[in-house]
Design a protein around this ligand. Structure first.
Ligand code: GCO
Ligand code: MN
Ligand code: MN
Length: 391
């Protein structure tokens, strides 16, 4: 086994929908046969993954009878038991069926909203039965093409009603389950409600049981908005709200590309891994490292496994680079913060006396403003670590 090859302790997971993506796009049909769930579980286990996640309909096709559902679940659980794979997360497909074309929890028709709750409660039961402790909600259709169709304030109220409802459902069943809400700015709708990590965190604070919900940020989604992914992730982690993560790669300003993790913006990926692994100190992310990505349309099945292994190896390589970078003495010297025994304690919080001292201090602003910070050298050191000539 190679030095960077994954092992279950690395906590890497894939959605059934990711490796089973058949390569269709809006301009062309599928290029790969769908694989059986057992085959996917076995292949991912062989590669060293920790688990799989699924939408209700990735496992149980839409419209299956109760008997078919139970048979599928039993076979799936057997595949998990045979391979040692686990299901840390489950989710609902609230976007594929035409019934959701106007949204699910935010649709104008109360019948659609009630159906979305019914489908989600069924899918929560399914997820919990398979061992899931995190429930992801991605509102792909919760948005607009014509903004004339509804008051966005009403949409947010409907979202709030839906999540309060689902939290009560989970509590009523005594499930050990937390929700991770996944923001996305657009696609497939022109504008999607709660489009970024920041919007989502503010929304969660308005719910009845905020501790039951956190965020599931995705590299591609924040990058589509032109935002710094690792800063959004760091804010969620610092607030104790990083309940899950969707790792992939994305070029800025494009459609949701779902590329192999780290294959775009390698410096952004390194900074993300530094945050997740806590190599700069502070809280470390302990949850599953989930890849929500898929292989290029050029690939056959072998290409899918090359893609999956690539995601995991890149993470492990970046993890090593993150440690090496943050332990590099020259890096530490540049980012070491100056210590001022008088002022440092005063900055920890307002006191009348402290404010008096700060206001009476004479600062040499010209000297402070004239000091070079050596961040050019620092960034070049990061590049040299990444390019493999240092560390
Ligand atoms: C997308 C989303 C989805 C969700 C998935 C889980 O842009 O299509 O990222 O892949 O993550 O539906 O809820
Ligand atoms: Mn996505
Ligand atoms: Mn996603």
């Amino acid at each position: 086994m190679g030095r960077y090859d994954p092992v279950p302790e690395d906590r890497f997971t894939f959605g059934l929908w990711t490796v089973n993506n058949p390569g269709a796009d809006p301009f062309g049909s599928a290029v790969r046969e769908r694989m059986s769930v057992r085959h996917i579980v076995e292949k991912l286990a062989e590669l060293g993954a920790y688990g799989v996640n699924f939408h209700d309909n990735d496992l149980v096709p839409f419209g299956s009878s109760a008997t078919e559902r139970d048979r599928i679940v039993a076979d799936f659980k057997q595949a998990l038991a045979d391979t040692g794979m686990v299901v840390p997360m489950a989710t609902t497909n609230l976007f594929a069926h035409p019934v959701f074309k106007d949204g699910a929890f935010t649709a104008n028709d109360p019948q659609v909203r009630a159906y979305a709750l019914q489908k989600t409660m069924d899918a929560i039961d399914l997820g919990v039965e398979c061992g899931a402790s995190t429930y992801v909600c991605w509102g792909g259709r919760e948005g607009t093409d014509s903004d004339a169709c509804r008051d966005p304030k009403v949409a947010i109220q409907r979202m709030r009603d839906a999540f309060n409802y689902l939290c009560e459902y989970v509590l009523s069943r005594d499930y050990e389950l937390r929700f991770a809400l996944e923001p996305k700015p657009n696609e497939p709708r022109c504008n999607i409600y709660l489009p970024t990590v920041g919007h989502m965190m503010a929304f969660i604070d308005t719910l009845d049981h905020p501790q039951m919900l956190g965020v599931n940020p995705e590299v591609a989604h924040e990058t589509m908005s032109g935002l710094s992914f690792h800063q959004g992730v760091a804010q969620a982690l610092e607030a104790g709200k990083l309940y899950h993560i969707d790792l992939n790669g994305q070029k800025i300003g494009r459609y949701d590309q779902d590329l192999r993790f780290g294959s775009e913006d390698i410096k952004g990926a390194l900074n993300l891994v530094r945050v997740l692994e806590g190599t700069m100190g502070g809280t470390k992310y302990e949850g599953p490292l989930h890849f929500d990505a898929h292989a290029y349309r050029t690939e056959d099945e072998q290409g899918v496994w090359d893609f999956a292994l690539g995601c995991m190896r890149t993470y492990n390589i970046l993890k090593e680079k993150a440690h090496a970078f943050d332990n590099d003495p020259e890096v530490q010297e540049i980012i070491a913060t100056p210590v001022d025994g008088t002022l440092d304690p005063l900055l920890e919080g307002f006191t009348l006396e402290g404010a008096g001292t700060i206001r009476a201090t004479t600062f040499d602003v010209d000297a402070l403003g004239g000091k070079g910070l050596r961040y050019e050298r620092l960034d070049q050191l990061m590049m040299e670590h990444l390019m493999g000539v240092r560390g």
